[in-house]
Structures are given as structure tokens and as C-alpha cells.
Write a protein of this length. Sequence first.
Length: 231
Amino acid sequence: MIVPWLPKKTIAACAAGLLDDYRQIVQRDVQPPIAIEGLIEHGLNLHLGYADLRTALDMDDVLGATYIKERMICVDESLLEDKFEGRLSFTFAHETGHWLLHREFVDHACRSDGQGGFILCRVKDAKAAIEWQADYFASCLLMPEEFVRKAFHANFGSKPLILYNLKSSFCGPICVDPCVQNWPHIADRVRKSGGFSNVSKQAMIIRLQDLKLVKNETRARLSWEESFAMA
């Protein structure tokens, strides 16, 4: 499905607005870890479901689906087998992004190609605009900027970390050499100190780079799995 281009600022504002609305509903502050399932059910009044989507849809890489008319977000039951909470939480948040950003385009898409009123999320489509937008929404929702910055500054100070080297000359419980090799340690310290227990290290390092708190000045990529397979 083709969707209009959206700037990051607009997507981030949508995620922040959802958190603000949820704070009003629960009448308390909402901090990491963001309780994404409660937010979906009580904040948006949507149904949550788990199913063997891969078998039902005969697709071996489908991880989630958003059903518009049924007001349901469904994830593949294989995610329940993962020992890391981050992958499941990110998929829920990703589908929430589809609900808020893309559901108005579903009817038009249905008339165009004859499909039902739902959005399927497949690994092979991860680079499509609709999936990138939902990914970015999920990142902003689970890792609100103010809390990420607070945790980063508490660990590494007010200046960004610049990764000039590939390999580390040292790494310990007190100091971490800012290099490509040590990005998991950098991300994990922010993740743990900020209370992002339902977020993966891969998701956190992407967020830190997006916020320009970590800058990779080497030609090497900070390797992570495709966004839908974050663990």
C-alpha cells in the first residue's frame, strides 16, 4: 500500500500525543518501560490477539497484522516463543503506528486491489515507506526522547559519543571506549539505566543515532537485524 511521505517530526509528534492522551486516561505519569499492551487496549480501545498468522496466511515472514474494521492488532504467536521481550513489544508498537498513521488509507487500498481491510507486516517489506513509518513511530513510542536523553546524559555526559574507531582499546564496568565494537555496551547502559526493559539493544542504538547522541564516523555499519526482527 502506498502512503504519503511523513517527516520524522510529524511521526514523533503522533507518538508523543498518544502518550499524553494515555496519561490523561490513566491519571498518572507514563514512563519507560512503556506498557504497550495496556496502552493499546485502554488508550486506543483496540483488541489484542495472537495467532498462527504464518500458517493462516501461508506467509513465512509475516509478524503482525492490523485489522481495521475489527479494531484488532494481532501478532504471530511465534513471537511469544522469543526469550526477549523487545521483539514482541516493538511489533505491538509498530502495529499501533499503522493504526494511527495508515488506517485511513486502507479503504482506498481495498478498492484498488481487492484486499481486505487489514495491513500485513512482513520482513520482506521492511524497507517500504509504510513499514519505515511504523518502525519510526514504534521507536518514538517505546523510547520517548526526553527519557532517552536523560538516561544517556546520566551515563555519558552532555556531549554526543563519536565513534571514530572500529575496535576497542578498553572496556570495563566504569568506562566504555566509544567505538563500533562497543555499541552493544553503550546501548545497554542507556537501556538499563533508563528503565527500557522491553526494548532491545538494537532498537536503542538506532534511537541513539537518530537523536544524534551517538555518531558513527567510521565506514562500518553498526550491525543489527532487520527492524521487524529486533531481539
